[in-house]
Design a protein around this ligand. Structure first.
Ligand code: 2P0
Length: 332
C-alpha cells in the first residue's frame, strides 16, 4: 500500500463533571444518561493506524507491548464498513494499531476515552475517510462511551439519545476552552491498573443497586444545571454540582453488589484536603471516576496552591496541573 493507508492522531483525556454510568444498549454502547466533561490538555494518547495487505489479524500494540485487540477490532470493523460503502480498498485490510499514553493506563485517568477517540480519528483517516466530528464521536463511542467526548476540546456534552440505532448518541462541544479557561489538578494516588473494569462495573450497578433508578431519574436535572453553570461561567455552581454528581455516582457504585470501591486511603484524604482548601478560601472542587485518582477543579490562578496542597496529602504520588485541552487532531 502507499502512504495513504497510515494516519496518526492525538486525542486528550477528559473528565466528566456530570457522569456517565450505565448503558441503554450494550451492543451499540449507548449510554443510559447524558454526560458533560472537560477535555484535559496534560493527558493524551497518540495512536498510529496502518492498514496493510500482509496482516492475518488486527494487531494492537500499547506502549510497545502486544495487547488484546478485541475492542480495537470492533471499531476497525465499523471503519471497514464505512470504507466498503465508499468502495475504498482499505475495506478488506487488517491494521496495525500502536498507541502510547503520556499517563498511567487503566487507572481511572480515562485512557479509554483518549485511546478510542485517537483510534476513531486515526483509523478513519488511515482508511481514507474524512468523517465529520459527529460521526467520529459515534465511532469512538462504540469503543468506549467516554471516548465520544474526547473528540472535542473544552467543554463537551454527550447525548444519551433515544434512537434505536444509536445515531443520536454523540457528543458535541458546549464551549471552547478559550472562552472559560479552567484548571484541573490531577492527584495520582496509584499507578497500577484498577481492579474493576468500567463496563462490567456499570452493568453490575444496573443489575443490583437500589439507587440505579434514582441515578437515571436525576441525570437530566444535573445536566441542565451544569449547562447553566457553564453558560453563566459560574465556577461555584459548576464545582458544587461536580462534587455532588461525583458523590452520587460513588453512592451508586458503593451500593452495587458486589460493591465497587474505587477509592483508597489517599483518595479520601485528598477529598478532605479539598474541603480544607475551601475552608481556607480557595475555590476548589474534587471529582473522582472509576479509579482512585482525584481531579481537582479550580481557576488557573489557584492551580499552583491546589497542586501544592494535593502533593502534601499522604499517599499522593504526584499532582499534575492541566489546562483544558483541544479537540482530537491528526499528527500525520
Ligand atoms: C465518565 N466513567 O462519564 C464515567 C464516570 C467513569 C466514571 O465513562 O463501557 O470506559 O467503555 O463505555 O467510558 C468510564 O467508562 O465505559 C466512564 P465503556 P468507559 O467519564
Amino acid at each position: 500500500m502507499d502512504g495513504g493507508a497510515t494516519a496518526v492522531a492525538r486525542a486528550h483525556s477528559n473528565i466528566a463533571l456530570v457522569k456517565y454510568w450505565g448503558k441503554r444498549d450494550a451492543t451499540l454502547n449507548t449510554p443510559a444518561v447524558g454526560s458533560i466533561s472537560v477535555t484535559l490538555d496534560a493527558l493524551y494518547t497518540d495512536t498510529r493506524v496502518t492498514f496493510a495487505p500482509d496482516l492475518a489479524v488486527d494487531e494492537f500494540w500499547l506502549a510497545g507491548c502486544r495487547s488484546d485487540a478485541t475492542r480495537i477490532t470492533h471499531v476497525l470493523d465499523l471503519v471497514r464498513g464505512y470504507a466498503a460503502s465508499m468502495g475504498l480498498p482499505t475495506a478488506g485490510l487488517n491494521a496495525v494499531v500502536s498507541s502510547t499514553n503520556n499517563f498511567p493506563t487503566g487507572a481511572g485517568l480515562a485512557s479509554s476515552a483518549s485511546g478510542f477517540a485517537a483510534l476513531a480519528l486515526a483509523a478513519s483517516g488511515a482508511a481514507g475517510l474524512a468523517l465529520p466530528a459527529r460521526e467520529l464521536s459515534i465511532l469512538a463511542r462504540h469503543g468506549s462511551g467516554s471516548a465520544a467526548r474526547s473528540i472535542f476540546g473544552g467543554f463537551a456534552e454527550m447525548h444519551a439519545g433515544t434512537a434505536a440505532d444509536g445515531s443520536d448518541a454523540y457528543a458535541e462541544e458546549l464551549l471552547d476552552r478559550a472562552d472559560w479557561p479552567l484548571a484541573v489538578v490531577v492527584a495520582i494516588t496509584e499507578h497500577g491498573e484498577k481492579s474493576i473494569n468500567s463496563t462490567i462495573g456499570m452493568n453490575e450497578s444496573k443489575a443490583s443497586s437500589p439507587f440505579y433508578q434514582a441515578w437515571l431519574d436525576s441525570a437530566d436535572g444535573d445536566l441542565a444545571e451544569m449547562r447553566g453553570a457553564i453558560h453563566d461561567r459560574d465556577f461555584t455552581r459548576l464545582g458544587e454540582l461536580s462534587e455532588y454528581n461525583c458523590l452520587k455516582l460513588h453512592a451508586l457504585m458503593l451500593t452495587t453488589r458486589p460493591a465497587l470501591i474505587y477509592w483508597n486511603a489517599a483518595t479520601v484524604a485528598a477529598m478532605h484536603a479539598v474541603q480544607g482548601l475551601r475552608a481556607a478560601g480557595v475555590s476548589a472542587y474534587f471529582t473522582i471516576d472509576a479509579g482512585p485518582q482525584v481531579k481537582v477543579l479550580c481557576r488557573p490562578g489557584d492551580a499552583a496552591a491546589v497542586q501544592h496542597a494535593m502533593a502534601l496529602v499522604p499517599g499522593v504520588h504526584e499532582a499534575r496541573i492541566s489546562a483544558l485541552g483541544p479537540a482530537a487532531f491528526r499528527l500525520e
